[in-house]
Design a protein around this ligand. Structure first.
Ligand code: NAD
Length: 477
C-alpha cells in the first residue's frame, strides 16, 4: 500500500480527481489517500502561497503528491503554488509525454510520440526581477551546473528506461553563450556516457519550428525551463488537445503528478470536464510507485475507451466519436474496459522496477578564478555615449581603466554608431591594467562614483575561470 497526498483543487478539479481515483482504485491500485486542501480558498483565507503548513507536512511525509488544478485568484500578491511546490520540494524534472492518438483524436501529426523533459527550478523562472532605472527592468537568468547535470542525466536515464532512441537538446547558446552554453556543454558531456542513445542539439528557434512541423522526427527533448514551458504546451496541443496531457514533476525526495491544464472554472460542477490529463499524470504516478501492472491496465483501458469513440465534449468530433459523455460516464467507460487492450493503437507495457534513481550531484574541484575587471551599471538619463564616456573616465586609475560602454548589450563607446538608440541604463566596463584586479579596486571605483555623483545601480565582477574568459563581450566589440 502506498500512501499519497491528494489535493482536489478548484474548478473542475474535484470532478476530475474523483473520476481519476475511481478508475485507479477499481483497477486495483494500492493507494492510501491523505487529502489536503490547496488553492483558491486557502489563498483567500490569507495564505499567499495557497497551501497551509500542515499540508506541506503531508506531502513531505508521503513524498508523492497527486494534484488537481487550482485557481489562482486575480490580482497581485498571490504566489504561484505550482512554482512554489516545484522549487520548495526540489522537483527538478518536469516530464510531459505528448503522443498522438490518431485516428481517434484528430491531429495533423499522426505519428507524434515526443516526451518533453523540462528543467523545472531555475532559468528566468527563478523570477528574480528588479527595476534598475526609470526605463529598464531586469530578470536574472540563472543556470547552474547541478541544475543542468540533473536534468540532462534524467533525460538520458528516462530514454534508457523507456527504450527511447534519441535525446535532443534545445538551447539558444549562439546568443547566450554562458547560460545556455553551459546547458549545451553539460548535454554534450553526459551524452557521451550513453553511446547507445542518439543525441543531437538544435538552436531552440529552428528546433521549435521543426517540432511543430515534423514532431515525428523527435523522441525525448530536454531543455531549460522557459523554453520547456512554452514548447511543452505546443507539443501537447499539436497531439490534438492539451486536455489529454499529464505531467510528472520529479525530485530526489518527492514527486508531484498533475494534468497540464488549469481549473477551467466555467466548466466546473457540470459533469463536463475530461479527466484524461489528470489520469495520465496518475498513470505516471503509478509507474513511479512501482505499481507498473496497474499503470499498464489503466492506460490500456483508457486507450481502448479513446478508440471506442467515448469522448468528453472537448475532444468529441462528429464522424470520429461515437458517444458524447460526461466526466462520470467517461470514468465508468474506462472502468468497464479495465483488463481490455486497444485494438488499433499500440498496447502499452511498462518496464517493471523502481523509479529512476540518479546519482547525487558531486561538486567539482574549485576552478582557478581570477578577477580581471568589473562592469558598473549606471543610471544616467542622457543620450550621448561620448558624454557618459567622459564622465566615467574620471574613475580611471593605474589599476583599472574604462574600456567599453554598452547600452542594452550593444557597444556604444568608444566608437559607437550615432544611430544606436540608448536608454538610461549603461554598462561601463573597467578592465584591469595588470593581469589581475584586486577586489579593493571595485570598492575604490564605487567610492569615487559616489563622489562624482555617478548613480551605480549594480556591479558585475568579470572573471576568468581556469584561464578562460567567463563573461560576454559587448555586441560589436
Ligand atoms: P484552463 O486550462 O483552466 O482552461 C482553458 C479552457 O480549456 C477551458 O475554458 C476549457 O474550455 C478547456 N479545458 C481545460 N481543461 C479541460 C478539461 N479537463 N476538460 C475539458 N475542457 C478543458 O486555463 P485558464 O482558463 O487559462 O485558467 C483557469 C485557471 O486555472 C486560472 O486560475 C489559472 O491560474 C489556473 N491554472 C492552474 C493550473 C494548475 O493548477 N496546474 C495550470 C494552468 C492554469
Amino acid at each position: 500500500m502506498d500512501k499519497i497526498t491528494v489535493a482536489k483543487g478548484d474548478g473542475i478539479g474535484p470532478e476530475i480527481m474523483d473520476a481519476t481515483l475511481d478508475i485507479l482504485l477499481n483497477a486495483g491500485a494500492q493507494l492510501e489517500i491523505d487529502e489536503i486542501e490547496i488553492g483558491e480558498q486557502v489563498y483567500l483565507a490569507g495564505n499567499t502561497a495557497g497551501i497551509a503548513p500542515e499540508s506541506w507536512e503531508s506531502i513531505r511525509r508521503n513524498k508523492v503528491f497527486l494534484k488537481a488544478p487550482i485557481t489562482t485568484p486575480q490580482g497581485g500578491g498571490y504566489k504561484s503554488l505550482n512554482v512554489t511546490t516545484r522549487k520548495s520540494l526540489g522537483l527538478y524534472a518536469n516530464v510531459r509525454p505528448c503522443k498522438s492518438l490518431h485516428p481517434f483524436i484528430s491531429t495533423k501529426h499522426p505519428d507524434m510520440d515526443v516526451v518533453i523533459i523540462r528543467e523545472n527550478e531555475e532559468d528566468l523562472y527563478a523570477g528574480i526581477e528588479h527595476q534598475q532605472t526609470d526605463e529598464v527592468v531586469q530578470c536574472l537568468k540563472l543556470i547552474s551546473r547541478p541544475g543542468c547535470e540533473k536534468i540532462v542525466r534524467y533525460a538520458f536515464e528516462f530514454a534508457k528506461k523507456y527504450h527511447r532512441k534519441k535525446v535532443t537538446c534545445f538551447t539558444k547558446d549562439n546568443i547566450m553563450k554562458q547560460t545556455d552554453g553551459l546547458f549545451h556543454k553539460v548535454f554534450d558531456e553526459i551524452a557521451v556516457e550513453y553511446p547507445e542513445i542518439e543525441n543531437e542539439h538544435w538552436i531552440v528557434d529552428i528546433g521549435a519550428a521543426k517540432m511543430a512541423d515534423t514532431p515525428e522526427l523527435f523522441d525525448v527533448i530536454v531543455m531549460p525551463n522557459l523554453y520547456g514551458d512554452v514548447l511543452s504546451d505546443v507539443a501537447a496541443q499539436i497531439t490534438g488537445s492539451v486536455g489529454l496531457a499529464g505531467s510528472a514533476n520529479i525530485g530526489e525526495e518527492c514527486a508531484m503528478f498533475e494534468a497540464i491544464h488549469g481549473s477551467a472554472p466555467r466548466r466546473a460542477g457540470q459533469n463536463l470536464a475530461n479527466p484524461s490529463g489528470l489520469l495520465q499524470g496518475a498513470i505516471m504516478m503509478l509507474n513511479h510507485l512501482g505499481q507498473t501492472e496497474i499503470a499498464e491496465k489503466v492506460q490500456n483501458a483508457w486507450l481502448r475507451t479513446m478508440e471506442e469513440g467515448i469522448h468528453t465534449y472537448d475532444i468529441y468530433k462528429e464522424g470520429i466519436s461515437t458517444q458524447k459523455v460526461g466526466t462520470k460516464e467517461f470514468a465508468e467507460a474506462v472502468i468497464t474496459n479495465l483488463g481490455k487492450t486497444p485494438e488499433t493503437l499500440a498496447k502499452v507495457s511498462y518496464e517493471k522496477g523502481a523509479p529512476l534513481n540518479l546519482p547525487k550531484y558531486e561538486r567539482k574541484p574549485l576552478a582557478d578564478k581570477v578577477l580581471v575587471g568589473v562592469d558598473l551599471f549606471v543610471h544616467w538619463p542622457g543620450f550621448d555615449a561620448n558624454e557618459i564616456g567622459q564622465i566615467l573616465q574620471k574613475l580611471n586609475s593605474e589599476k583599472a581603466k574604462l574600456t567599453m560602454i554598452t547600452n542594452r548589450g550593444i557597444k556604444v563607446w568608444p566608437k559607437g554608431f550615432k544611430e544606436t538608440f540608448c536608454t538610461d541604463h549603461w554598462r561601463c566596463r573597467f578592465s584591469a591594467e595588470l593581469a589581475q584586479m584586486e577586489k579593493d579596486e571595485i570598492v575604490r571605483l564605487m567610492a569615487d562614483a559616489v563622489k562624482h555623483n555617478i548613480d551605480v545601480i549594480k556591479t558585475e565582477n568579470l572573471y576568468q575561470f581556469d584561464g578562460k574568459q567567463a563573461f560576454s563581450l559587448g555586441q560589436g566589440q
